[in-house]
Design a protein around this ligand. Structure first.
Ligand code: NAP
Ligand code: COA
Length: 279
């Protein structure tokens, strides 16, 4: 698949959760286009590996081990990014957690941990980077999910959190638009080889087959598909797009995505009945 050609030389891009999967793929897209990068996630090992990966494209890269739930640490991270790299031109907020769990079986803390990372974490990243964004001109990309608008079994926590993320996108698009800051969500569909897919539809499982069958374009997406969308929406070509929720999903969100929840619930039932000894 071809990579779109955009020029991000002279631009600084910060990717929260940018050390693996989709977010690292997006960071790679910007690095290939000449951007200076800052990436952040909890694991110092993942940060170090991501820095090495991104440096291969020739630009400057810095990284931070930090948790989006830790406001004091975020303040330090953004202040240091500004000191070293100047104003942030593109901010990607994509840190998230997911596991399949039935609403009547997960603990309140299990629900809360996903809301804290995905929803409150997104707020924290936007809130504490705000003073360091380039104004006018900055573009913020929140990474959402089909669960934000499609109710999915075994995903009450993620549905609630990602619906909130899209509302943060819309409200900040209104509040920060006058400052020349655009805020949009990208909504990945099933993206191959990622942690999210391993958790919900591991390759070879019936869920994985159902996913491909239920995407109108009959394939999973790639991290390059996601990077291309991010390069576009952060670019001048998208300068009048603000507060948009853009699916990058082959049409999965038009209906097919809901079937994954039914499949996850069936798998959980089967697993449970296999554990019950015969009467
Ligand atoms: P991933 O590889 O696990 O990416 C998550 C990233 O966030 C990692 O870099 C992780 O690194 C970081 N992270 C997790 N918790 C964090 C925290 N508390 N503070 C800071 N960083 C944290 O998963 P992915 O599947 O590529 O998903 C990336 C994004 O796409 C997520 O927002 C997800 O909801 C969304 N999405 C994915 C799919 C899919 O098909 N995979 C579909 C729809 C939406 P550390 O472990 O080092 O913290
Ligand atoms: N089913 C039900 N509950 C689960 C669970 C599962 N599969 N996995 C974790 N939980 C619960 C825990 O039991 C705990 O609740 P408790 O205190 O009542 O026992 C709660 O969730 C918090 O778990 P913990 O492991 O302490 O959280 P953490 O902050 O260390 O990790 C996660 C966060 C759980 C989201 C972890 O899976 C993670 O780090 N994910 C990041 C990668 C990822 O999910 N990528 C895909 C993105 S789409």
């Amino acid at each position: 698949m071809s990579q779109c050609q955009f020029d991000y030389r002279e631009k600084t891009v910060f990717v929260a959760g940018g050390t693996s999967g989709i977010n690292l793929g997006i960071a790679q897209g910007f690095a290939k286009a000449g951007a200076t990068l800052a990436v952040m996630s909890r694991s110092q090992n993942k940060v170090d590996t991501a820095i090495e990966t991104l440096k291969q494209y020739g630009g400057r890269v810095i990284g931070f081990a930090a948790d989006v739930r830790d406001v004091d640490r975020l303040k330090v991270v953004f202040e240091q990014t500004h000191r070293e790299l100047g104003p942030i031109d593109v901010l990607v907020s994509g840190a998230a957690g997911n596991f399949p769990a039935a609403a009547n079986e997960m603990s309140g803390n299990a629900f809360k941990v996903v809301v804290d990372i995905d929803l409150l974490g997104t707020f924290n990243v936007l809130r504490y980077s705000y003073e360091y964004l380039r104004k006018p001109g900055a573009s913020i990309i929140n990474i959402s999910a089909p669960q934000a608008f499609i109710p999915m079994e075994m995903q009450a926590h993620v549905c609630a959190a990602k619906a909130g993320v899209d509302m943060i996108t819309r409200t900040t698009a209104i509040e920060w638009g006058p400052e020349g800051v655009r805020v949009n969500s990208l909504v990945p569909g099933p993206i191959e080889g990622t942690e999210g897919m391993k958790r919900l539809a591991p390759s070879g499982s019936s869920c994985a087959k159902l996913v491909v069958d239920s995407v109108p374009l009959k394939r999973q997406g790639t991290v390059v598909d996601m990077a291309n969308a991010a390069l576009f929406i952060a670019s001048d070509l998208a300068s009048y797009i603000n507060g948009a929720i853009l699916p990058v999903d082959g049409g999965w969100g038009l209906g097919g995505a809901g079937q994954l929840g039914q499949s996850l619930a069936t798998m959980a039932q089967l697993a449970k009945s296999a554990q019950v000894p015969d009467a």
